[in-house]
Write a protein of this length. Structure first.
Lengths: 246, 246
DNA sequence: CGAGCGGTTGAGGCATGTCAAGAGTTGTGG
DNA sequence: CCACAACTCTTGACATGCCTCAACCGCTCG
């Protein structure tokens, strides 16, 4: 038991409804580990032995192929990642790399798999979590296939503003380099696109975003509940990049 | 009870392990419906009232936005689709349209949600199904972001050959127009790409594909277990386009 | 201070989309 | 059975979106 981290984890949808004894059992089988920034904690293709829970810091999930790589998501506290791989007892599909100093709780996959057979509420929570993650990735795929890069950037900027509480100004939660990769474009192209978007209702100053004409930006981004949300809750890897700080 | 379709459905991973009585109960609450070709049976955004099971024919799942649309998957017998939406009791993220005359078994979503609370084996099956679907979509997203269109086409052609049993020649399971959309490109571009691939070990004659130099094609496609499979089993919508007929 | 890194900008090139036309195929109704 | 319409597929010409390469700025950190 780790009294400092357990309460936060307990509040996650995934663990909220299970019996206390079962939760305690899962936690006692798991342990905390701290990683320095920029460390590759998981390599894609490795067997999935542990469910990972970020309790501090942030983690980047990247897909790799033929020497190329792209950012699939960023996970921030408190949320889990690579649940699906653990359940399938299958290799990780993505590499996980810390963006900063990060504390992770590691829950043995085998205990996890045993637990949802015993605790129905936990099983239902896992079902809901996976369904939610699935829908997030589908939305993401739709965004990639249906929108061009300019529209993706506009949507992203608008959505971040909403996630930050509808504020007109906020700070980008990640480096532009990483954001570009997440949005499926090069850093150079993102930089240029951000500049040209100044004619469409948004001003960029470094990492600072100021929405000057929300209606105009929305006209370009055409936000759609079936792509951009609304059930984007930050408790899962599939939800993509985290909320901005306003 | 529909003795003609029930046995096929019972064999699906999703329903294989549940108690017979529970399965029978689910089936008795559901019903079969036949649709003509080209009919939109589900429109994205509609509430998800029924889990759909294709028992005959084929269904295209398309994403739509701003007047554009793209094919996300094709579902063939016997498999389910839009499981996640049913579980979340959320709107469909994709439109479903029949490609030919199609018979569908409709299972009320509410019965489904009630059932996995009562039948642990079913709950575990749902968990495995969702985890599997999730991984399929992630693989798909990786393919879209990491490979260019030429590489995607090459991978697709190679994978179809493998799914057909490693045969050197087979027939495309879908129209090229649809395949282009699925691979995220225009029909014109697919047509041109297929032609240029003749220098890379594959010959196209109408819908007929003949792999003339497997090694050469593989060198271009760089097939990867973490993108192209291997746990591509055709029982889910997330698995994408179905296997080719050899 | 200098190296390294993220970000920006410009020039040029390749990949991909758009528009248009025509061949081949399928389906339909007279 | 034929004629016609509708559709897919292909090909060409052209436009453009996006990437690549390169240089430079500013910042951070050893």
């Amino acid at each position: 038991m780790r009294p400092d981290t357990d309460p936060q984890i307990r509040h996650l949808h995934l663990f909220r409804d299970m019996a206390q004894a079962n939760f305690a059992e899962l936690m006692s089988a798991s342990y905390v580990q701290a990683f320095p920034p920029g460390l590759e904690m998981i390599r894609q293709g490795d067997p999935a032995d542990f469910l990972h829970i970020v309790v501090q810091g942030s983690v980047e999930l990247v897909g790799q192929w033929a020497g190329r790589e792209c950012t699939m998501a960023v996970v921030r506290p408190v949320s889990t990642f690579i649940l699906a791989a653990c359940i399938r007892d299958a290799p990780y599909l993505m590499t996980a790399r810390t963006l900063e100093r990060t504390r992770i709780v590691l829950v043995p996959a085998s205990d996890l798999r045993a637990m949802f057979r015993r605790d129905t509420e936990f099983a239902v929570a896992v079902i809901n979590e996976l369904a939610s993650c699935y829908r997030s990735v589908v939305r993401n795929a739709k965004s990639m296939k249906l929108r061009n890069s300019r529209e993706r950037v506009a949507s992203y900027l608008l959505r971040q503003s909403i996630l930050a509480g509808g504020v007109p100004a906020y700070t980008l939660p990640v480096e532009k380099r990483l954001l570009a990769s997440y949005l499926g474009m090069t850093p150079e192209n993102l930089s240029r696109t951000l500049r040209t978007l100044e004619t469409d209702g948004v001003k960029i100053d470094g990492a600072r975003v100021i929405i000057t004409d929300r209606a105009r930006l929305a006209a370009l981004a055409k936000p759609d509940k079936l792509i951009d949300g609304p059930d984007t809750h930050a408790e899962e890897s599939g939800s993509g990049l985290p909320a901005a700080r306003s």
